[in-house]
Design a protein around this ligand. Structure first.
Ligand SMILES: [Cu+2]
Length: 695
């Protein structure tokens, strides 16, 4: 245990004692029982949720990391923060990650700033997850949807303060204030986080994964310049136009700087995000019209990354040999109505978004002193318009039918992709191709779901769905000439279609539930990374990384349970598995997580809790050798945490990876086409203390 950690633990002990000494006010409510009730009775077997309690209690540094405790969710580890969400083995654009329904995309072509990175915990009220192609209300919810819901101002005056301090000099502090009155409300908040570079189970910094001879290693004095610094500001205003009509507008700004990504060959200098979201909703408009809503949003991310911290940049005049300046902006709108239809209701609407993505790469050659500037993501515009409707109605006493359809038209245009670049680069790797810098797509998706409740305690779910997602701008039009391998999009890619069947069973009482879900899907035109050989002819070009459509098969299951025992004891357990095969290539699909599970035992009397949990992951031996993927060993780690609530104060502290295990998540390397080739280890033993004040 290092000195800093000792100091933190000591401080935690002092603060905890101080809080225990405070007079206790009000009745202790048991949040865990409430959660069991919601998860047992209200959520379908396809739904999951993560509550703000679970987010707050975990030492997770971002939403992606907090989500990994949910059945069926894994993360891609790239560094200390900015973990990417993987749902049932589906990642990137195969899964929709939204904030209050707002589409937010990362600017980085390496997915340094994945969508979930752009929002701070302190803004979050709840995270809703639907697994499988059962959401027709948003374009591209193919493998599922993760919708982060931000907090609204509660009634009266409110204030919240949170401070977390932990190992590696990490700090996460936030403050928010709110007012909810008759007809209007407002809230504002600010959050700050920073951390040094974490250490793995061997006690080494995660920036130390490169062999001494690797030019991409961190400079000796840049092993720990700080792992990230992030400031986030947000505000939300609500106004009731009439008793049944309300409107809200929210704005957030996030400034992340000096974010390290040992998983990749570059690090981020900055990442700046603006997000504006306006909506209006009218309820009980007439007996026929139950609800009408409209939403308009805009967000924008600017991102700069380079390799100035790496050994290879020593002696380079501009301070780097590789830099990418990336920007993305999304403008979207939707109008949705819910109408009475017989015994049931139809929710229908139209949505539109325009997404721009532009990334300019600069390579600097130290010998020739020549700069090469390339339109890596060539100012691509995507326009997507969708029409959707979902009908939900009871069929007799015990069965509910839900049926949804959605149609999308998309137009993609790569503004900066010139004909000469297509001829000199794209046609060399795709000879005989006859494409231009634009594409259009038209696709339909839909689902039928049956919820059957033969008794008050038992729910059965059967769902059949077809989900679709369009190829993203990078998969279509990326292009980058590099000394060793080129990187090139495939302008002839087709949209990916997921045809899936899901089965779920849930048994629940007031004090416990057990939920089992299984799925099998045939994914047509899955977009997979592929290696293209060096093309014939002159001038000579090297081999390239690109994308291809393959047919794939996925299947898997999740088991989850939460149980309330006598004397304020609780148990929680989960198990998730997914298996995916590239049918076209007759081999496993790459980047598929192995079997994982958790068990946790908790004592919680509403004012004091202590929890012990065990996290387990099996070995993953199903790997794609053609993409140089290799197996990852299994592991088990132990976490403990405890906390006290006294009136408005809560203090909790925890130790994760108690036995200081050296271990790797399977999704911590081989992020082609930009992978460094080295896996980033998970954190060794680490401590955290959180103090919260809520008014
Ligand atoms: Cu980047």
């Amino acid at each position: 245990m290092d000195i800093t950690s000792c100091k933190i633990l000591l401080r935690a002990a002092v603060v905890t004692l101080a809080v225990c000494a405070l007079p206790q006010t009000g009745n202790a409510e048991n949040l865990i029982l409430d959660e069991i009730e919601v998860r047992g009775a209200a959520e379908s077997t396809q739904q999951e949720s993560l509550t703000v309690r679970e987010v707050r209690e975990s030492p997770a540094r971002d939403i992606g990391e907090a989500l990994k405790q949910v059945e069926g969710i894994n993360i891609v580890r790239k560094g200390a923060i900015a973990n990417d969400v993987v749902l049932r083995g589906m990642q990137k654009d195969n899964v929709n990650v939204l904030v209050d329904g707002v589409r937010i995309y990362g600017a980085c072509p390496n997915r340094m700033d994945s969508p979930a990175f752009h929002i701070d915990f302190a803004e979050v009220d709840r995270i809703d997850i639907v697994k499988g192609p059962f959401d027709v209300f948003h374009a591209g919810s193919m493998g599922g949807i993760v919708d982060v819901k931000t907090s609204a101002a509660p009634r009266g005056l409110g204030a919240e303060l949170n401070v977390t301090a932990g190992s590696y000099g990490s700090v996460n502090a936030s403050a928010s204030a709110s007012y909810g009155g008759d007809g209007m409300s407002g809230l504002a908040g600010y959050a700050f986080k920073r951390s040094g570079v974490p250490r793995d189970g061997n006690g080494d910094r995660i920036t130390g994964i490169y062999p001494a001879a690797d030019m991409n290693r961190y400079k000796d004095d840049k092993r720990d310049p700080g792992a990230y610094t992030i400031h986030t500001l947000w505000t939300k205003l609500g106004y009731d136009i009439s008793p049944n009509t309300g409107t809200t507008i929210g704005y957030s700004y996030q400034d992340a700087s000096d974010v390290l990504y040992p998983y990749l060959l570059m690090d981020a200098e900055y990442d700046r995000t603006h997000r504006v979201n306006w909506n209006i909703k009218s309820e009980n408009v007439s007996p026929l019209v139950r609800e009408l809503s409209a939403q308009v949003y805009y967000d924008k991310v600017t991102h700069l990354m380079d390799n100035r911290l790496r050994f290879v940049s020593i002696g380079a005049a501009p301070g780097y040999t590789m830099m990418t300046n990336a920007n993305t902006a999304t403008l979207g709108a939707n109008v949705i109505g819910t109408f009475a239809a017989g015994d049931g209701a139809v929710k229908a609407g139209v949505d539109y978004y325009n997404r721009n993505w532009d990334a300019v790469n600069t390579l600097y050659n130290k010998l020739t002193k020549v700069y090469t500037v390339q339109p890596m993501v060539p100012d691509v515009f995507v326009d997507n318009v969708g029409l959707f409707a979902e009908y939900k109605a009871p069929l007799g006493q015990a069965v509910t039918l839900t049926a949804g359809v959605r149609g999308d038209l998309a137009y993609v245009d790569a503004d900066k992709l010139r004909e000469d670049r297509i001829a000199s680069l794209f046609y060399r790797y795709y000879p005989g191709g006859s494409f231009t810098n634009s594409r259009d797509f038209g696709e339909a998706s839909g689902n039928v779901q049956l919820d059957y409740s033969p008794s008050d305690n038992l729910d059965l779910f059967l769902g059949l769905g077809r989900g679709v997602r369009m190829p993203d701008p990078q998969e279509l039009y990326a292009n980058l000439k590099r000394p060793t391998t080129n990187y090139i999009g495939n302008p002839e890619l087709d949209p990916t279609k997921d045809n899936e069947a899901d089965l779920g069973v849930k048994y629940h009482t007031d004090t416990w539930y057990v939920n089992a879900a299984a799925f099998v899907s045939r994914v047509n035109d899955y977009i997979n990374v592929t290696n293209l050989p060096a093309p014939a002819g002159l001038p000579a070009l090297p081999a390239a990384k690109s994308f291809e459509n393959v047919d794939a098969r996925f299947w898997g299951f999740e088991l989850g349970s939460q149980v309330s025992l006598p004397s304020d004891f609780f148990l929680k357990g989960s198990l998730s598995y997914v298996d995916a095969r590239n049918l076209s290539g007759d081999r496993p699909l790459s980047e598929i997580p192995p079997l994982k599970g958790t068990v946790a035992a908790r004592y919680d009397n509403g004012s004091f809790f202590a929890e012990l949990s065990e996290n387990m992951s099996a070995r993953q031996g199903k790997v794609d050798g053609d993409l140089n993927e290799s197996p990852t060993g299994g592991w088990a780690t132990t976490d403990i945490k405890a906390g006290v609530t006294r009136g408005r104060f809560t203090v909790f502290a925890g130790v994760n990876n108690v036995f200081d295990k050296q271990y790797f998540s399977h999704l911590s390397y081989q992020r082609d086409p930009f992978a460094s080739g080295y896996a980033v280890p998970e954190n060794g033993v680490n401590f955290y203390v959180t103090a919260t004040y809520r008014h």
